[in-house]
Design a protein around this ligand. Structure first.
Ligand SMILES: Nc1ncnc2c1ncn2[C@@H]1O[C@H](COP(=O)(O)OP(=O)(O)O)[C@@H](O)[C@H]1O
Ligand SMILES: [Mg+2]
Length: 494
């Protein structure tokens, strides 16, 4: 028995061999092994052995399908008390539910002993004989010792299984991680890498494992520093990099370099140190940051340009007229006494000049923020723009509710720029403007059936995209040559 237990590694082989060996040694014809189930609430049958030609197949089949709670039946009794138990006459026991099946199989006596571990009883083994039997002291002692050995085997087997399961779980977590996870040993050699690392860096595990990490993913210009830092850490245990988040440059198998965010932890196990690095490719984040900076710079530049235009317009327009007006009024004053007719003519000229300056200022103000938009909202403002375009655009939809000033202004400037472009470049025969509010956003589209081919890389359309982006919106331009142009802006609005 001891040999069976010592040499069996395979779970599935243990009970059949133990039951067969004990059964034949003790003149029993059937044996059953019971173990606590996962809930700890019942014993379930793990294995049944029966001697050849014993005629107990039906009993074995019934036994296999049973579960016993603590205290119930023969195994449940042993599980509850932790002590061996026996039934000399199976037909005459109040707590033995299988009596009729046992009688049909010709089984008369049964003996059961606990499987023990340091944590208590884990299960039980039953043995059946076709003759009446009463166990002696020697048999009881032998069974107690066997029960302890089998119990230890079960505990070891469960521990091994839980380690295997935990490794499987760890593997699943590593493989489904978004970050690259690479483990290295105390010589800086790769021990393990997950699938994202394979994809990001372009090395298959068999090409990477065992090679120095520095050689694989650190650009040549940085390798010396990496090796120095690593050696210094191993010598002194001091490192800035352990546990903090840093941004460095990584290298792929094809030699291309890219920005990486990295954290490193030291694995706390006995023996030479090992390290795990979590790496994330931050190329896209860097691009998005650069794009944001560029767009901010363009918004600032556009605002500066706009201020210069206003200054020019004021200088060349209204300001000139007001200077001239000043001259006219001065002249009129000196003339009026001497030559009233010519003085009055000068005053008429001054009045006309004043009217021109006023209208110029009004125009200018409208360009800065159209009064019609502030007063009446998008409906009249878009109609006014449509009325100025060539060909005249149809406004097919417009929201009835007022929206926030920033949203209305962006919609207005998109339509203004798109219709100005259409008039200037499209050679269109029809054009439409549609503004629809719904699903938490305003969608405004200007379409024409002209020559298409709009260029969004600079100038007016680029400025519209920036303006939309500043409200978390988007500009979409579709303008294939020969297929007309659609300029559409989507702006979030509550
Ligand atoms: N509706 C359109 N139909 C055809 N070409 C267009 C249209 N809109 C724009 N374009 C073309 O795209 C270019 C870029 O337009 P835009 O960004 O508004 O800059 P700008 O108007 O200052 O030239 C225009 O110069 C023109 O060639
Ligand atoms: Mg333009």
């Amino acid at each position: 028995m001891a040999q069976v237990i010592a040499t069996t590694d395979d779970d599935d082989r243990l009970y059949p061999e133990v039951l067969a060996a004990m059964g034949s040694a003790l003149g029993c014809t059937l044996g059953a092994a019971w173990e606590e189930d996962a809930s700890g609430q019942a014993l379930v049958c793990n294995d049944v052995w029966s001697a050849a030609d014993s005629g107990s197949e039906a009993f074995a089949a019934v036994t296999r399908g049973l579960r016993f709670e603590r205290g119930a039946g023969l195994p449940g009794r042993v599980w509850a008390s932790g002590e061996p138990a026996w039934i000399v006459d199976l037909g005459d026991d109040a707590n033995y539910p299988r009596a009729s099946h046992a009688a049909a199989a010709g089984l008369v006596s049964a003996f059961c002993f606990p499987l023990r571990s340091a944590n208590g009883v884990l299960g039980a083994i039953e043995l059946y004989s076709p003759e009446p039997r009463i166990p002696d002291a020697e048999l009881l002692a032998t069974m107690a010792s066997l029960g302890a050995q089998i119990g230890q085997f079960i505990v070891r087997r469960r521990a091994e299984r839980s380690v295997r399961e935990s490794e499987e779980r760890k593997r699943a977590i590593l493989e489904s991680a978004l970050d690259c996870v690479i483990t290295i040993d105390h010589e800086g050699r790769v021990v393990e890498l997950n699938q994202p690392a394979v994809v990001t860096f372009g090395y298959e595990p068999e090409d990477a494992v065992g090679r120095e990490l520095a050689e694989l993913i650190v650009p040549p210009s940085l390798r010396a520093r990496h090796r120095e830092g690593f050696a210094r850490y191993l010598d002194s245990g001091a490192a800035v990099i352990i546990g903090s988040r840093i941004e460095i440059t990584g290298m792929r198998a094809d030699g291309s370099e890219f920005p990486v965010e990295l954290t490193v932890t030291r694995i706390n196990l006995p023996g030479p140190p090992m390290f795990t690095g979590y790496l994330r490719d931050i190329t896209e984040r860097r691009q998005a940051e650069a794009e944001l900076r560029a767009s901010r710079a363009r918004v600032v530049a556009a605002a500066d340009e706009e201020r210069r235009r206003i200054e020019r317009d004021l200088h060349d327009g209204a300001q000139q007229k007001l200077v001239h007006l000043n001259l006219l009024l001065g002249l009129a004053r000196t003339r009026l006494a001497r030559d009233p007719a010519s003085g009055l003519a000068l005053l008429d000229e001054a009045i006309a000049e004043l009217a021109a300056a006023t209208s110029e200022l009004r125009e200018l103000a409208r360009g800065i923020h159209p009064a019609v938009l502030a007063d009446g909202g998008l409906a009249p403002a878009l109609s006014a723009l449509a009325g100025l375009s060539l060909p005249r655009a149809q406004v097919v939809a417009v929201p009835t509710d007022r929206l926030s000033a920033a949203v209305e202004a962006t919609a207005y400037f998109v339509v203004a720029e798109a219709l100005t472009n259409m008039t200037r470049y499209a050679q269109a025969s029809t054009a439409t403007v549609a503004a629809v509010q719904g699903d938490g956003r305003l969608v405004v589209e200007v379409r024409d059936d002209g020559r298409g081919g709009a260029d969004t890389s600079g100038g007016g359309l680029r400025g519209l995209a920036d303006r939309a982006a500043s409200l978390n919106g988007e500009l979409e331009v579709r303008s294939r040559p020969g297929e007309g142009t659609s300029v559409k802006v989507l702006i979030p609005c509550a």
